[in-house]
Design a protein around this ligand. Sequence first.
Ligand code: 8IG
Length: 283
Amino acid sequence: MTAQSRPSTGHPDLADPATDPFEVAAAAAQAIAEHTGAQRHDVALVLGSGWGQTGDLVGQTLATVDNADVPGFARVTVAGHSGTMRSVAIADTGRRALVFGTRTHFYEGKGVRSVVHAVRTAAAAGCRTIVLTNGCGGLNPAWGPGTPVLIRDHINLTATSPVEGAHFVDLTDLYSPRLRDLARGVDPDLDEGVYVQFRGPHYETPAEVRMAKALGGDLVGMSTTLEAIAARQSGLEVLGISLVTNLAAGISDQPLSHEEVLEAGRAAAQRCGRLLAAVVASI
Ligand code: 8IG
């Protein structure tokens, strides 16, 4: 086993089919309660590419927990992410947000259970709502880099599911109309769109972007859909917000770069942070 794939000492291995992922999530929630001193959390946030700095605006961080100290969480990170989660006081409400500073992507090959572990942990920690954010490519040329867009619906092109066994989970209104209305109440200029998840980690070809458009997509990315499905399975209300960090391949004549992603995040941090803070405070 490599250092990257080795589970933390004493922690269960999510990849083992004999392991119950919901038991690991319960153990993770217990560890979070111990490390943060909070018996439960109310709202969870997953901060994707470009969203790293926005969590600070949600409220005061009361505790920071290393992912490696929580059962089932991988330690490996992508540039622009941190391998920690935080317990944040939601301003003036007495409620707590559980903010995941990083996510495991499907393209990392650690299995779907690892991809959705934070979502299941959030549910086990008491959260009723989850805000899934990401950085993505935009198909609408009017959405310049740094434009936040509400996810209205998704197309999951990963050919897999986080749901195991014969559980037929209804995905109608997966991305809560109530929460989208609430977000538009905060920022009336927010557009919405259909998010298409490709496996990655390569970006799309221009032909694949045209395909996504023909299928009804507006945004292309490498995350979120599997997490949203797992969230619905666990009974969480889901808000999805994409930050368009680049025009999708072929929509502009510029090549795509990860540096562009980080720069768009920096440029949009204020607007996105205010949006997240106001939405979380009013959920
Ligand atoms: I940031 O253009 C970011 N993530 N698939 N395509 C896909 N994922 C992305 C993109 C993009 N930009």
